[in-house]
Design a protein around this ligand. Structure first.
Ligand SMILES: [Zn+2]
Length: 189
């Protein structure tokens, strides 16, 4: 594997290019997230930005910029989007293009009908395939609803939470059913 570019200096560079150097200094570290598909995390308490180790330099750069928009920028709400809009005016072309894509992703949240349909599909899959990993579900749903998989993952954090909850329920339910069955077949002595 190619040695990865250090992200600390990149933080300073992006701070100048995109935020007039106004963001407070955060430490940037590469980590292995437990959740599949998670790319980054911005922790205000420890002033740390975590970037998934598996990302290429180019992906890490965009993810870092995304996490930097979370610094005092809240969740994916108005402040966050206002930051993205300012980034569209950055001098660097890749930042402009990146910001435009992000705006499209976050400015128009999916309609409640689509959300409802996705939930139903998640519930169906959990019922028959609770052992599936999020990545499997992600591919399936992404294909069905016409999302790029990574967009799905970023746009629909709550669909992932729904999946984890439903599959745990199904797994527990299965275990309970098996316990009852086991009890019956052995009978009383
Ligand atoms: Zn985010």
């Amino acid at each position: 594997m190619k040695p990865r570019k250090p992200l600390g200096p990149l933080f300073d560079e992006l701070n100048k290019q995109g935020f007039n150097g106004r963001l407070p200094l955060y430490r940037v570290v590469r980590v292995d997230f437990r959740a599949v598909g998670q790319r980054g995390l911005c922790e205000s308490l420890t002033k740390t930005i975590k970037i998934a180790r598996y990302l290429t330099d180019e992906e890490a750069r965009g993810t870092l910029l995304h996490e930097m928009c979370h610094i005092e920028g809240g969740n994916h709400g108005k402040r966050f989007i206002a930051r993205l809009k300012r980034l569209r005016d950055a001098r660097e072309q890749w930042i402009q293009e990146w910001a435009q894509k992000e705006i499209e992703l976050y400015e128009n949240p999916p309609s409640s009908t689509i959300w409802q349909e996705m939930r139903d599909r998640i519930d169906d899959i959990a019922l028959v395939r609770p052992e599936w990993k999020w990545r499997d579900v992600w591919r399936w749903i992404g294909r069905e609803f016409g999302y790029l998989e990574e967009d799905l993952d970023r746009r629909h954090e709550r669909i992932r939470r729904r999946w984890e909850k439903r599959r745990q329920e199904e797994i527990r339910e299965e275990a309970r059913a098996r316990a009852i069955e086991g009890g019956n077949s052995h009978g009383r002595d």
